[in-house]
Design a protein around this ligand. Structure first.
Ligand SMILES: CC(C)(COP(=O)(O)OP(=O)(O)OC[C@H]1O[C@@H](n2cnc3c(N)ncnc32)[C@H](O)[C@@H]1OP(=O)(O)O)[C@@H](O)C(=O)NCCC(=O)NCCS
Length: 193
């Protein structure tokens, strides 16, 4: 388990299926996600969860976000982890809408970035976010992610073509912002950036 200030990140369990089914089929949640258009069946979701539990991938990992009193809030993950380049894509969803804007998302991301940079020794984390998802952008910005690219009117959501924004943060930036140390801090300079 990874321990944050407000949340813990733990492995997914089969008992998480009901909550995931609810969140993945809630259009008020999925309208903010870059993917997910079609409703998802219980069978499909169960297979997704079972696969993650029985044959965990080295390059694609999802953890459950829990409050300190054990309330399951949502999921956070690293996708397409490239251990050679030291890069991965961050994805996050807090499925409990009433818990948005309370600092759980930023704490979950900080906790995962700490692990990604200081334990996995990744060099950079990037993410994609829709142009109209201001809450998520604010959350990412306060952690230190910077916008590095924008595809204009790229993705159709709820009848509107939204910009697709790319944001990234390097290990040394994150470590400096959080007063942390780690050998990962020299990687950006070594890469000549
Ligand atoms: C995006 C998400 C993970 C962020 O987690 P969170 O716990 O809500 O975020 P935080 O509370 O840490 O930070 C959100 C910031 O946005 C602000 N905010 C909250 N609601 C807002 C709104 N409706 N509009 C604009 N800003 C808003 C908060 O005030 C906070 O900023 P502050 O700390 O400077 O006050 C979460 O809201 C979520 O899962 N949303 C639905 C799915 C989603 O968008 N996933 C990301 C896809 S890229």
């Amino acid at each position: 388990m990874l321990t944050g200030k407000k949340v813990n990140l733990r492995a997914l369990e089969l008992s998480d299926l009901d909550n995931n089914m609810m969140w993945i089929n809630d259009r008020e949640v999925t309208r903010w996600l870059v993917s997910f258009t079609w409703p998802t069946s219980r069978k499909t979701e169960e297979q997704w969860l079972t696969n993650r539990l029985t044959s965990p991938s080295a390059t694609d990992r999802v953890l459950a976000i829990e409050t300190k009193d054990g309330t399951y809030l949502g999921n956070i993950g690293l996708h397409g982890i490239d251990y050679i380049s030291g890069v991965a894509e961050l994805g996050i969803v807090i499925g409990r809408k009433e818990q948005w804007g309370k600092g759980y998302g930023s704490d979950a991301i900080r906790t995962l970035l700490d692990f990604a940079f200081r334990d996995l020794r990744l060099r950079k984390i990037f993410l994609r976010v829709l142009g109209n998802n201001i809450r998520a952008q604010k959350c990412y910005s306060k952690i230190g992610f910077k916008e590095v690219g924008r595809l204009k009117a790229h993705q159709l959501k709820d009848g509107n073509f939204e910009d697709l924004i790319y944001m990234e943060i390097f290990a040394e930036e994150f470590l400096a912002l959080n007063g942390l140390t780690g050998d990962a801090a020299c990687d950006k300079r070594e890469s000549g950036i």
